[in-house]
Design a protein around this ligand. Structure first.
Ligand code: ADP
Length: 402
């Protein structure tokens, strides 16, 4: 046995999971043994570790990505015992046009990935900082990159382009799509759990604080609601989702807004938060006092309407729909949203078992010809599998295994 660490490095946090991995060539899935995160990177960092049903919290004080990773290594020592960390898997938001699979990371590739920073300025620099820090903290481990864009790289041209002059497409102005690790996991789980859905046409709704939807056919994404950046498509906690670009021109001309102002507006001040004026958190908008306000109801109604919009669009692009799958914090937990989304979709073959939908933990909640499923996503597992496959000799990302 050996240990695998998965990392998701952001600007002020590092999320991690620890897996034990059999060293046998024909081994099964890595086994998750702990999860945790460092919050508040900077002057006042805290490390939280969940292991064996217990949660511990350690104040780290001043910490950056590098010292944070050393602290993680210290914290997980009792968890991994005598095992060593032989592989570190990284969630990377952007792999550009080139990255279609998980890949072994080295200095040259990091330079290539840094060139993509303008495409994802809020995430990519921090993801890469995490990788550099991990290379320093775990010099003997292999480092594997897993990209949120990779699962979408097989989109046909029409679902990959904007109707701009061709030079921009060649330059990389494309519909990349994101949340690929989640779609990879969820579509694999469905295909392996339900024999009749092995090559199904699925519309998957990853509804979390960040939200997108994806059409999967034959285990590959053929279209995504997210495009060039993670702001397109569905409204999210604080992001607008789809927006007529003329609105931005109007705001620049009439309100004198700068690029930074616009970026703050569309990424941080809009979505559920901006519309409701109350919260970015769906649970707050659905439960308690806020749920009675008109602005909360309207924000939720808009969210639901855009999900319906994407179901129609993605079902049409997929040439039909065999399964509608909900995942992400909202998709997995908010029965009210699933109920409202599926209302009046009988014409597509989608109808809900109202009781099953409200019962926590029920996976199969449909009654019509289209399977309606709730699947808990597991992006870390996809990363751990990719590292495990790389350790076994660069086999592919074990898509077949799940
Ligand atoms: P992220 O994109 O940050 O990973 P998550 O997938 O964790 O986000 O989803 C967070 C969202 O899920 C929040 O809007 C939260 O309110 C919502 N959520 C979590 N549990 C519930 C619940 N029981 N009911 C309604 N919404 C929920």
């Amino acid at each position: 046995m050996s240990a695998i660490l998965t990392l998701n490095a952001g600007s002020s946090s590092i999320k991690f999971s620890v897996y034990l991995n059999s060293d046998q060539v024909s081994s099964g899935d890595p086994v998750g043994v702990a999860v945790g995160q460092i919050d508040g990177l900077g002057p006042d960092a805290t490390l939280i570790l969940k292991h064996d049903g217990r949660t511990s919290e350690t104040q780290l004080g001043q910490a950056d990505h590098t010292s944070g990773l050393r602290a993680i290594l210290e914290a997980i020592r009792p968890v991994i015992g005598t095992q060593t960390v032989v592989g570190v898997g990284h969630r990377i938001v952007h792999g550009g046009v080139a990255q279609e699979e998980p890949v072994r990371l080295d200095a040259a590739l990091l330079e290539e990935l840094a060139k993509l920073e303008p495409l994802a300025p809020l995430h990519q620099p921090h993801n890469l900082a995490g990788i550099r820090a991990a290379m320093e903290a775990f010099p003997d481990a292999i480092q594997v990159g897993c990209f949120d864009t990779a699962f979408h790289r097989a989109h046909p041209f029409v679902n990959d382009t904007y109707a701009l002059p061709r030079q921009y497409f060649e330059e990389g102005v494309r519909r990349y799509g994101f949340h690929g690790l989640s779609y990879d996991y969820v579509s694999g789980h469905v295909a392996n759990t339900y024999a009749d859905l092995a090559d199904a046409r699925m519309v998957i709704a990853h509804l979390g604080n960040g939200a997108s939807m994806c059409c999967v056919r034959g285990r590959r994404s053929i279209a995504s609601s997210m495009g060039f950046s993670a702001v397109d498509g569905l409204p999210m906690g604080t992001r607008t989702g789809q927006l007529d670009p003329s609105v931005i021109l109007y705001l620049m001309d009439q309100h004198g807004m700068s690029t930074k102002d616009i970026s703050d507006l569309i990424y941080k001040k809009s979505g559920l938060l901006g519309m409701s004026g109350i919260s970015n958190d769906m649970r707050t908008l659905l439960e308690g006092d806020a749920a009675d306000t008109e602005s909360a109801r309207e924000a939720v109604a808009y969210f639901v309407a855009r999900v319906k919009h994407e179901i129609g669009a993605l079902a049409a692009l997929g040439g039909g729909i065999d399964a509608l799958v909900f995942t992400g914090g909202i998709g997995e937990n908010a029965w009210q949203i699933r109920e409202q989304v599926c209302e009046d979709l009988g014409f597509l073959g989608i109808s809900l078992d109202i009781e099953a939908n409200r019962r926590r933990g029920t996976e199969d909640i449909g009654t019509g010809p289209v399977k309606v499923l709730v699947i808990r996503t597991d992006e870390e597992r996809v990363i751990a599998r990719a590292v495990s496959a790389e350790l076994r000799g660069g086999a592919q990302s074990d898509r077949a295994a799940e």
